[in-house]
Write a protein that binds this ligand. Structure first.
Ligand SMILES: [Zn+2]
Length: 163
Protein backbone atom coordinates (compact mmCIF):
# COMPACT_ATOMS: atom_id res chain seq x y z
CA UNK A 1 0.00 0.00 0.00
CA UNK A 2 1.33 3.40 -0.90
CA UNK A 3 0.38 6.69 0.61
CA UNK A 4 1.95 10.00 1.47
CA UNK A 5 4.22 9.75 4.44
CA UNK A 6 6.13 12.55 6.05
CA UNK A 7 9.48 11.09 7.00
CA UNK A 8 10.02 13.65 9.75
CA UNK A 9 7.35 11.83 11.74
CA UNK A 10 9.57 8.80 11.95
CA UNK A 11 12.30 9.42 14.48
CA UNK A 12 15.12 7.32 13.11
CA UNK A 13 17.26 8.55 15.93
CA UNK A 14 15.27 8.23 19.12
CA UNK A 15 15.49 11.11 21.57
CA UNK A 16 18.88 12.74 21.82
CA UNK A 17 21.26 12.29 18.94
CA UNK A 18 23.41 9.30 19.88
CA UNK A 19 27.16 9.59 20.04
CA UNK A 20 29.24 7.75 17.53
CA UNK A 21 28.68 6.19 14.15
CA UNK A 22 25.01 5.52 13.39
CA UNK A 23 25.80 2.43 11.30
CA UNK A 24 27.90 1.00 14.14
CA UNK A 25 24.97 1.68 16.48
CA UNK A 26 22.66 -0.20 14.12
CA UNK A 27 25.18 -3.04 13.87
CA UNK A 28 25.33 -3.20 17.66
CA UNK A 29 21.52 -3.32 17.88
CA UNK A 30 21.47 -0.09 19.87
CA UNK A 31 18.10 0.95 21.26
CA UNK A 32 18.99 4.59 20.51
CA UNK A 33 18.29 4.16 16.78
CA UNK A 34 15.22 2.92 14.92
CA UNK A 35 15.71 -0.64 13.72
CA UNK A 36 15.36 -0.46 9.93
CA UNK A 37 17.40 -3.63 9.35
CA UNK A 38 16.01 -6.03 6.75
CA UNK A 39 18.85 -8.57 6.72
CA UNK A 40 22.04 -9.27 8.64
CA UNK A 41 24.75 -11.86 8.85
CA UNK A 42 28.14 -11.99 10.53
CA UNK A 43 29.74 -9.64 7.99
CA UNK A 44 27.03 -7.33 6.61
CA UNK A 45 23.78 -5.57 7.36
CA UNK A 46 21.13 -4.42 4.91
CA UNK A 47 18.79 -1.68 6.11
CA UNK A 48 16.23 0.75 4.77
CA UNK A 49 17.96 4.03 4.04
CA UNK A 50 17.80 6.82 6.59
CA UNK A 51 16.50 9.32 4.02
CA UNK A 52 15.13 7.25 1.15
CA UNK A 53 15.56 8.66 -2.31
CA UNK A 54 12.87 6.30 -3.54
CA UNK A 55 10.67 3.59 -2.04
CA UNK A 56 12.82 0.52 -1.40
CA UNK A 57 16.08 2.48 -1.12
CA UNK A 58 18.43 0.22 0.87
CA UNK A 59 21.95 0.43 2.26
CA UNK A 60 24.31 -2.53 2.41
CA UNK A 61 27.16 -2.00 4.86
CA UNK A 62 29.86 -4.02 6.64
CA UNK A 63 29.73 -4.53 10.38
CA UNK A 64 33.32 -3.25 10.53
CA UNK A 65 33.71 0.51 10.68
CA UNK A 66 35.73 1.11 7.54
CA UNK A 67 35.80 4.29 5.46
CA UNK A 68 36.84 3.07 2.04
CA UNK A 69 35.81 0.11 -0.11
CA UNK A 70 39.48 -0.75 -0.60
CA UNK A 71 39.48 -1.83 3.05
CA UNK A 72 37.14 -4.76 2.37
CA UNK A 73 38.68 -8.15 3.09
CA UNK A 74 38.47 -10.80 0.39
CA UNK A 75 35.76 -12.54 2.41
CA UNK A 76 33.76 -9.32 2.64
CA UNK A 77 34.17 -8.65 -1.05
CA UNK A 78 32.89 -12.11 -1.94
CA UNK A 79 29.96 -11.88 0.47
CA UNK A 80 29.07 -8.40 -0.72
CA UNK A 81 28.84 -9.51 -4.34
CA UNK A 82 26.43 -12.28 -3.36
CA UNK A 83 24.45 -10.11 -0.99
CA UNK A 84 24.06 -7.37 -3.58
CA UNK A 85 22.58 -9.91 -5.99
CA UNK A 86 20.19 -11.16 -3.33
CA UNK A 87 19.20 -7.60 -2.44
CA UNK A 88 18.33 -6.88 -6.07
CA UNK A 89 16.34 -10.14 -6.29
CA UNK A 90 14.40 -9.15 -3.16
CA UNK A 91 13.62 -5.68 -4.48
CA UNK A 92 12.53 -7.13 -7.81
CA UNK A 93 9.92 -9.06 -5.85
CA UNK A 94 8.86 -6.39 -3.40
CA UNK A 95 9.00 -3.22 -5.52
CA UNK A 96 9.28 -4.29 -9.18
CA UNK A 97 11.38 -1.27 -10.18
CA UNK A 98 12.30 -0.51 -13.78
CA UNK A 99 16.01 -0.15 -12.91
CA UNK A 100 18.57 0.49 -10.18
CA UNK A 101 21.36 2.76 -9.10
CA UNK A 102 23.93 0.78 -7.09
CA UNK A 103 26.98 2.46 -5.66
CA UNK A 104 28.99 4.39 -3.14
CA UNK A 105 29.48 7.96 -2.08
CA UNK A 106 32.87 8.14 -0.41
CA UNK A 107 33.77 11.36 1.38
CA UNK A 108 31.67 14.45 2.18
CA UNK A 109 32.50 16.08 -1.14
CA UNK A 110 30.93 13.07 -2.89
CA UNK A 111 27.77 13.40 -0.82
CA UNK A 112 28.50 10.89 1.95
CA UNK A 113 26.90 12.07 5.19
CA UNK A 114 27.92 8.89 7.01
CA UNK A 115 31.62 7.99 6.96
CA UNK A 116 31.13 4.27 7.62
CA UNK A 117 31.23 2.82 4.13
CA UNK A 118 27.81 1.82 2.73
CA UNK A 119 26.55 0.79 -0.68
CA UNK A 120 23.30 2.39 -1.83
CA UNK A 121 20.81 0.23 -3.70
CA UNK A 122 18.22 2.57 -5.15
CA UNK A 123 15.24 1.27 -7.13
CA UNK A 124 14.25 3.47 -10.05
CA UNK A 125 10.74 3.72 -11.42
CA UNK A 126 9.44 4.76 -14.79
CA UNK A 127 7.14 7.44 -13.43
CA UNK A 128 9.06 9.06 -10.61
CA UNK A 129 7.13 12.15 -9.67
CA UNK A 130 9.75 14.07 -7.74
CA UNK A 131 6.88 14.89 -5.44
CA UNK A 132 9.15 15.68 -2.53
CA UNK A 133 10.37 18.66 -4.52
CA UNK A 134 6.84 19.78 -5.22
CA UNK A 135 5.12 19.88 -1.88
CA UNK A 136 6.29 22.97 -0.05
CA UNK A 137 9.88 21.82 0.06
CA UNK A 138 9.02 19.14 2.61
CA UNK A 139 10.31 15.65 2.35
CA UNK A 140 7.32 13.49 1.54
CA UNK A 141 7.56 9.82 0.75
CA UNK A 142 5.01 7.56 -0.83
CA UNK A 143 5.79 4.66 1.45
CA UNK A 144 6.14 4.28 5.21
CA UNK A 145 9.76 3.16 5.87
CA UNK A 146 8.63 0.83 8.64
CA UNK A 147 6.25 -0.95 6.26
CA UNK A 148 9.03 -1.04 3.67
CA UNK A 149 11.26 -2.65 6.28
CA UNK A 150 8.73 -5.33 7.20
CA UNK A 151 7.91 -6.11 3.58
CA UNK A 152 11.56 -6.43 2.51
CA UNK A 153 12.55 -8.29 5.67
CA UNK A 154 9.94 -10.93 4.93
CA UNK A 155 11.12 -11.24 1.33
CA UNK A 156 14.73 -11.65 2.44
CA UNK A 157 13.73 -14.41 4.82
CA UNK A 158 11.84 -16.15 2.02
CA UNK A 159 14.58 -16.23 -0.61
CA UNK A 160 17.85 -16.16 1.35
CA UNK A 161 17.61 -18.91 3.96
CA UNK A 162 21.42 -19.06 4.07
CA UNK A 163 24.04 -16.95 2.40
ZN1 LIG B 1 30.68 2.83 11.93
Amino acid sequence: MKYFFNFSKLAYVKGKKPRGCILCLIAAGSSSVEDLTVFEDELFIVCVNLYPYNPGHLMVFPRRHILDIRQYTDAEQTRLALLTRHTLDVLDRTHSPAGYNVGYNMGPVAGASIRHVHCHVIPRYRNETGISDVIAGRRVLVENPLETRDHIRTAFAAITPSL
